[in-house]
Design a protein around this ligand. Sequence first.
Ligand SMILES: [Zn+2]
Ligand SMILES: [Zn+2]
Length: 354
Amino acid sequence: MKKILLGLGGVAVGLTALGAVAVRLPSVQDRLFDRALEKNFKPRAAALWTGDGLGVFFCGTGSPLPSLKRAQTCTAIFAGGRFFLVDSGTGSWENVQRAGIPGDRLDGIFLTHFHSDHIGDIGEADLGSWVAGRAAPLMIYGPTGVDRVVNGLNEEFALDHAYRTAHHGKAVAEPRSAGLAFTQFDGAGEARVFERDGLIVTAFAVKHDPVSPAVGYRFSYEGRSVVVSGDTAFSDNLVEASKGADVLIHEAQANHMVEKMQAAAAKAGNARLAKILGDIPTYHTSPTDAARAANDAGVGDLVLTHLTPAPDNAVAKRLFLRGVDDIRATHVKLAEDGMAILLPKDGGLEFQSY
Ligand SMILES: [Zn+2]
Ligand SMILES: [Zn+2]
């Protein structure tokens, strides 16, 4: 037996050595690169925009606290061939591209509020969808203040747009469809902010003081519904607006972990970081409170996102979710970048990963 194992080990070493030699050959390098390109350029994730109900793709599940595995906040919603983002945090457009989602199909971005971790990648989303063939300026929906964000970004990227047109020509970079447009609403109470071909988007005020306005969104299509909380402390408005939704995508901050981080920062002499970590618990929702909100609203599934701090290994995940089981034992998930949810119109729900 030992001899056989030793023999197999020898074969494995031999193959590895052969592989190391092979990748030095230009013909092998070319073949591997061509194969990778073929795979990358193929449109993928088609189930998201060809489905007859709603689709969700997590393009960013992190927060301002850094994570190597998560872009900042972004949730993509698909309905009847339309494709929207809710927020566009730094690094999130790369996840959209990596999943093979065609950028030209982007119909707009709904902003929950204007913290940097929600707006950092709007410029990338604009440019990426524009050169991919978007036919009109990208519509940015948001509460009062969205005009300032859009006007500022249009100014910031005006030179870049001009360079692209000069370089690639109008057939690829048409100036009339470059940049951003906006639809602004006051963000107080609850209001229908989009309605077309059966897709209804409702905005509702949440609690993120001193950030105001701050909103969440409910997407309803073909009898299915998904709610995105935005950034909020436990919010009665959110519970009301989420009643009976299929999926509640709720932000979550593990305050029991943040408290430990605050103490560690203070101990290390970083008073500034300790002060910031001490300020944030009151304007976010703990995982257990998010579970409570999901139960109160009677939603089907709860998916936690905007994870603070990012739980990027098995131990951190358990620690993050401590106490949630006692409140909601099933139908709770931590979002990951690249995760998707399909909600067909006839019911049911399927998690996928791209
Ligand atoms: Zn925020
Ligand atoms: Zn945030």
